[in-house]
Design a protein around this ligand. Structure first.
Ligand SMILES: *[C@@H]1O[C@H](CO)[C@@H](O)[C@H](O)[C@H]1NC(C)=O
Ligand SMILES: *[C@@H]1O[C@H](CO)[C@@H](O)[C@H](O)[C@H]1NC(C)=O
Ligand SMILES: [Zn+2]
Length: 610
């Protein structure tokens, strides 16, 4: 069954959307309704562009010169880049042949991942791994480390393995180069997994921690997120060691163990040590999980790989309303809960506006697809190419692209900040008026915005409601220890807005430098030579946006070249059950991942500048 045969454009975009979301519950987009929407849109645009084109042609505005410059511009957009094969591969490809085609190797790799999945490494929120009274909570991580040591003896014997906060693994393969020029390459993943929702255990095909596999897939919690990456790194490194590889450039593996609950003991500490040891901006590149895999478009003729080159920011806001209580037999027209309900309506009726700046990775993603897809509408295509030129006046292209994206649920939020009211608490008794209600709003901050702008918008909404009911209002930023009073408290009560964690949108990794060339070239090498050798067109690599956050946020200052990409032809979130039921990984993908890591390490090592 080929997943490619019936893919049509909007579904491509759905699937290709970078969607590595960390939260437990992920609602699946509904491709069908988008499909319907898209086709009516296509029809409208199609008719529109036909009229436009006829008009333009009649007036003879399309002359040769503009076409030539258009072509030149088009060439600069999302260049294909070259396939990069290590010299060592060109001389002897037997290692890669072994990884991809040896049935014993395949079985051994599958067993190693299966064993890793069998250990339920769920990290417990609020538990400190170094606190002896809580050691029991972390027993599975002790087992997991023992397992890795037993399965990968060459790696443990050859490389320097350090444990930070007991379970953070910092593995260093020191480069042989005596100069300081070569920046280390860092590979990241995490050892923890999300828990199983107890109510859904019987809906699993196999028990979630049994590590079962069939011809095609290996199942279980963590099989995809993220133990496939951990085992992939270890297998690739073991093979490199066995093959006698000695890097000139230092290569580091950093494995957190509490990514799913924020990374405060794992990634934070690992990044601190790396920062202390090598300094800021000291890494050649950082690779972590994420991205939305490799998809086929153009009727299955073209493979598009979708690593993420940037992540949105985020913040949580709590809003509390305190009012006088009383007996519910003589209620006011609006109880505390009623007022908060009003506020919720005001907030939801005032969504964040869509914006698409030239640096938003979504634009790069769209331009790559528009350039290489054969299924694009002409007007939409040209709008996408022109959407980044906001300053020079793009004759509406930017807003048309935003409008187009806004109709696709999975892409809509790539161009705006989100507001999800996720928690509400209020009231205690049916005969007592509520005195206190609290809501929590989670925001993913858009690339074109800031945490400050997000807070400002919500405070404006609260202000409207506070005025209406004559309530006080203050804003408290706990991290900054700041409190600002906007309206003094009144006898009716007061609102308080509390700012929780805040994270600004990440910087965007450049797609026009040597580091990206090597990364892209290696992906293309593996796809072209091993994964889809028979496809007629050369693979495309389209850097895009991660709508959730990974542990890379803790490494942001260590390299400008941060890539989130777990080599895979199966979209973990859409088809792979990441964080959901029947999480699985394709065994072929696991081998693809190992082959990719093996070659990426060698390609980076053969590059002898910075
Ligand atoms: C990446 O590109 C930037 C410019 O975009 C350059 O300053 C930097 O040195 C490059 N880094 C690598 C590792 O290629
Ligand atoms: C590997 O090498 C063999 C022998 O040199 C060659 O026939 C084969 O095409 C190579 N495979 C790839 C994927 O390059
Ligand atoms: Zn993960």
């Amino acid at each position: 069954m080929s997943p490619a045969s019936n893919i049509s454009l909007p579904k491509d975009l759905e699937l290709q959307q970078s969607q590595f979301i960390n939260e437990k519950h992920v609602s699946q987009p509904n491709p069908r309704s988008n499909l319907r929407w898209f086709f009516s849109f296509l029809l409208t645009i199609g008719t529109f562009s036909l009229i436009m084109f006829t008009t333009v042609f009649r007036q003879g505005k399309f002359n040769v010169i503009t076409e030539v410059t258009e072509n030149a511009k088009l060439q600069q957009i999302c260049p294909l880049g070259s396939i990069i094969r290590p010299q060592a591969f060109l001389q002897d490809n037997s290692s890669l042949e072994h990884i991809f085609h040896d049935s014993e190797y395949r079985l051994d790799t599958t067993k190693k991942l299966s064993g890793a999945v069998k250990i339920p490494t769920v990290a417990k929120i609020g538990s400190n791994p170094s606190d002896e009274s809580e050691y029991e909570e972390w027993d599975n991580f002790v087992r997991f480390h023992r397992y890795l040591e037993a399965q990968f003896p060459e790696l443990y014997q050859t490389l320097q393995v350090e444990k930070l906060n007991r379970f953070g693994l910092l593995i260093t393969w020191k480069g042989t180069s005596s100069t300081d020029i070569l920046k280390p390459l860092l590979l990241m993943a995490h050892q923890d997994v999300v828990p199983i929702e107890p109510a859904t255990v019987d809906q699993w095909l196999y028990p979630p921690f049994s590590g079962e596999w069939d011809d095609q897939f290996l199942y279980g919690r963590g099989s995809s997120d993220c133990k496939s990456l951990v085992i992939g790194y270890f297998q690739a490194f073991t093979k490199l060691i066995q093959d006698g590889f000695k890097p000139q450039r230092t290569v580091i593996i950093a494995l957190g163990f509490d990514e799913e609950i924020g990374g405060s003991y794992g990634a934070v500490e690992l990044a601190n040590v790396v920062r202390h040891r090598y300094g800021p901006d000291s890494l050649f590149a950082v690779l972590d999980e994420g991205g939305s895999s490799i998809q086929l478009i153009n009727d299955g003729d073209l493979a598009v790989a979708l690593p993420s080159i940037g992540e949105k920011g985020g913040t949580n806001l709590d809003i509390e309303l305190t009012t006088p209580g009383g007996h519910s037999s003589i209620p006011p027209d609006h109880t505390n809960i009623g007022i908060v309900a009003d506020l919720i309506t005001v907030i939801e009726n005032d969504p964040f506006p869509g914006k698409l700046g030239p640096k938003n990775p979504t634009l790069n993603h769209l331009q790559c697809i528009a350039k290489y897809s054969t299924e694009f509408d002409e007007q939409l295509r040209s709008d996408i190419f022109n959407a980044g030129k906001i300053e020079d006046g793009d004759s509406g292209a930017n807003s048309r692209v935003i409008e187009y994206l806004s109709g696709i649920r999975s892409l809509k939020y790539n161009v705006r900040t989100t507001q999800a009211i996720d928690i509400i608490h209020g009231g205690v008794k049916s005969n007592a008026l509520p005195e206190y209600t609290k809501i929590t709003i989670n925001h993913r901050v858009g690339f074109e915005s800031t945490v400050e702008e997000t807070i400002e918008k919500i405070v404006k909404n609260v202000q409207t409601v506070a005025k209406k009911y004559q309530l006080g209002l203050s804003v408290v930023n706990e991290a900054e220890g700041a409190e600002q009073t906007i309206f003094e408290e009144t006898p009716n009560g007061k609102f308080q807005v509390l700012v929780g964690f805040s994270l600004k949108p990440s910087r965007v990794s450049p797609v026009d430098n040597d580091s990206f060339d090597i990364f892209r070239g290696t992906i293309k090498h593996i796809i072209k030579d091993y994964v889809y050798p028979d496809l007629p067109s050369e693979p495309v690599v389209a850097g895009n946006l991660n709508s959730g956050n990974t542990d890379t946020r803790h490494y942001m200052d260590l390299s400008e070249n941060i890539y989130r990409f777990k080599f895979s032809t199966l979209n973990g979130l859409v088809d792979g059950g990441t964080h959901g039921l029947n999480e699985k990984v394709k065994i072929d993908d696991l081998l693809g991942l190992i082959g990719f890591i093996y070659e990426y390490v060698r390609n980076v090592d053969e590059f002898e500048e910075y």
